[in-house]
Design a protein around this ligand. Structure first.
Ligand SMILES: Nc1ncnc2c1ncn2[C@@H]1O[C@H](COP(=O)(O)OP(=O)(O)OP(=O)(O)O)[C@@H](O)[C@H]1O
Ligand SMILES: [Mg+2]
Length: 350
């Protein structure tokens, strides 16, 4: 059964479509978890193309339709896709997490880059799909910030009870934004955590399907959110000395302005680390086990993802990362962003 055949179209969706069609513009989809935002976005694409060019910004970072999870992606439609899952994003930006509440600044920066790009492409309709993160002060601030960045003509609010009131009431009445309220359609289904996790795993698997293990030199790149490559490498005897004191294998270390940074294999003795930090330089230790299999992003100078990768190993002397990635040109890397997300490409399905 095709996507549209499975879709039950509530009358209110048709009204909203007609309202938007009368005056094309940017549309912000706002609603809690499982309120029908993403399916409504698909419905709009189905209805608006081919007469119009529709740009989709997928910021539904945990349950992405376009592009991999943990990324905000942009794609444009001039015809209805057979399968949304096969759509490749034109541009995407990494937010380091699958929950925007855990990475506020990367989320906003990523969204800003993508919105700028989309605005330059100037599609007839620009639709922003978001996560269902709406509860609490943080969620409100984040949604308001995103609304400000997009400056949409419409907010389609998928209302379930009163849960959106605390956000919608903060949108200035003089903003010129047309708020379209629509109750959650009965056809919308709740999806379990397991379902969501399995869907996300399938997206990662698909994304890394054509990735291969590569050596990526990092001599000339910056790690945006990790200490590696910022300071002076320690001499071998200094490394050996720390290894002895910490009773742990130390793979590598750097001297930096704010202390000594060590990469350990395993976990060192906390009490010794504390003592050393107290009477000497601040000691910061990363265990390789905590970053192994982690998902990282190779980012270009404009802040867009060149490719994501899975960290397999680090050749510290040669300054090379061993990464499973589909990256084509390591010369374009401006910076690398690490994350705490992991994906084991060889493991059994989760
Ligand atoms: N119009 C519809 N007809 C039939 N089924 C629907 C319709 N809209 C949504 N659904 C069902 O409900 C599920 C949840 O809808 P959807 O994915 O659009 O929610 P969402 O608001 O995007 O959720 P999230 O906050 O997790 O991103 C869909 O996976 C689909 O199975
Ligand atoms: Mg969604």
């Amino acid at each position: 059964m095709s996507e549209m055949e499975a879709m039950i179209i509530p009358e209110i969706w048709q009204h909203t479509l007609e309202t938007i069609r009368k005056e094309p513009g940017a549309v912000f989809l706002l609603g809690g978890v499982d309120t029908g935002k993403t399916w409504f976005m698909r419905y709009l694409v189905h209805q608006l193309v081919p007469e119009a060019r529709v740009g989709i910004i997928d910021a539904d970072v945990g349950q992405s339709t376009i592009g991999p999870p943990a990324c905000i992606s942009y794609a444009e439609f001039s015809e209805v896709p057979e399968d949304f899952g096969q759509i490749q994003p034109e541009k995407y930006a990494f937010i380091q997490s699958i929950a925007p509440g855990n990475s506020l600044l990367p989320s906003l920066l990523a969204l800003q880059r993508i919105i700028r790009y989309a605005r330059e492409k100037a599609p007839d309709y620009l639709i922003l799909d978001t996560t269902g993160f709406i509860q609490g002060d943080l969620a409100r601030q984040l949604k308001l910030a995103k609304i400000e960045l997009l400056s949409p003509r419409y907010i389609v609010a998928f209302e379930r009870g009163m849960e959106l009131v605390h956000i919608l009431s903060k949108i200035p009445r003089t903003s010129g934004i047309h708020i379209i309220r629509q109750p959650v359609a009965p056809a919308v289904q709740r999806r379990s955590r397991e379902y969501r996790r399995a869907y996300r795993e399938s997206l990662w698997r698909e994304y890394f399907r054509h990735a291969r293990v590569q050596e990526i030199p990092f001599e000339n790149v910056v790690f945006r959110n990790f200490w590696l490559n910022d300071g002076e490498p320690l001499e071998p005897d200094e490394v050996a000395n720390y290894a002895k004191q910490l009773d742990c294998q130390i793979l590598y270390g750097e001297n930096q302005r704010d202390g000594v940074f060590l990469l350990a294999d395993g976990y060192p003795r906390k009490d010794v680390q504390y003592q050393l930090s107290r009477y000497g330089d601040m000691i910061h230790i990363t265990s390789f086990r905590d970053i192994e299999d982690s998902i990282l992003a190779f980012v270009d100078h404009a802040g867009f993802v060149l490719a994501l990768g899975i960290l397999i190993d680090i050749k510290l002397q040669e300054k090379k990362l061993i990464v499973k990635t589909a990256l084509e040109d390591a010369g374009q890397i401006a910076w690398i962003e690490m994350s705490e997300l992991t994906f084991n490409p060889y493991g059994p399905p989760a």
